[in-house]
Design a binder for this molecule. Structure first.
Ligand code: BTN
Length: 259
């Protein structure tokens, strides 16, 4: 409970954004912050409304997976009402905002397409973008970000081998409220610059470990192997298959294959 009060106090004292994180709901425990943010979006809460939970009992990830969300992590969901072209850019905007936030703590990270953030090849952050569409019209988007901050992944066998955390890298704990404040600010900056499509996609691709690597992509329907070549102008991953043909992937889970 003390930690959560610190988080609220730090955000309120330091936040300088116009709208991102301005309406803030902080909970000690919930099922998934995505659900609470959705309820607020249905009531037309202002853009940038954020829901933070200290722990989630049913945190969810991409492609139907669950997201492990113990105390010491930042679990945040943000309500957005983006125009359609901006929606396509959200994986780039959100993963770059996390990368820039980590840089504020002198941590160098990279992006694994589409929007995982890794440190030294291990996952420190996952991002889930859920849209509500009504009669072909985008009602709202919930941008969910899960960042491993102050816990030792080695204590949790289910993620010990594949994940890392900020405290593990820095050898000290980091105030979660400070991380959240930087994240809201980086997100707002990039979101407001979303007309600069080429620059954002260029930065995104430039920070991606995936390009140039032999990869396997699981799309849910099929598994595709090839070499990751580039990012298309709509943010898709372009792969060269083993027979030389090029293929664009819209969504999937990438594994980098050993050379
Ligand atoms: C992934 O890597 O598969 C995406 C993980 C997204 C986790 C975040 S934590 C905050 C928000 N609430 C959830 O239930 N999921 C997202």
């Amino acid at each position: 409970m003390i930690e959560i009060m610190d988080t609220i106090t730090l955000i309120k004292a330091n936040l300088r954004t116009k709208f991102m994180g301005r309406e803030l709901h902080v909970l000690s425990e919930t099922t998934s912050t995505q659900d609470i943010a959705k309820e607020l979006a249905e009531k037309k809460t202002p853009e940038g409304t954020a829901v933070i939970a200290e722990r989630q009992k049913a945190g969810r990830g991409r492609l139907g997976r669950s997201w492990f969300s113990p105390q010491g992590g930042l679990a945040v969901s943000i309500v957005l009402y983006p125009a359609l072209p901006v929606l396509n850019l959200l994986p780039a905007i959100s993963s770059l905002a996390v990368l820039n936030t980590l840089e504020k703590f002198e941590i160098k990270s990279s992006i694994k397409w589409p929007n995982d953030v890794l440190i030294g090849g291990k996952k420190v952050c996952g991002i889930l973008i859920e849209n509500s569409i009504d009669a072909g019209h985008l009602k709202y988007t919930i941008l969910g970000i899960g960042l491993n901050i102050n816990f030792d992944v080695a204590r949790f066998p289910q993620i010990a081998e594949i994940a890392t955390s900020m405290s593990l890298i820095l050898g000290r704990t980091v105030p979660i409220g400070l991380v959240a404040t930087h994240l809201f600010s980086e997100l707002e900056d990039l979101y407001l610059r979303s007309s600069e499509v080429d620059e954002i996609l260029e930065q995104w691709a430039g920070n991606m470990d995936t390009i140039g690597q032999r990869i396997r992509v699981s799309t849910g329907n099929e598994i595709i192997e090839g070499t990751a070549m580039s990012i298309s102008e709509t943010g898709n991953l372009v792969i060269q298959l083993n027979d030389g043909t090029l293929r664009e992937i819209l969504a999937g889970d990438v594994t980098i294959l050993k050379k």
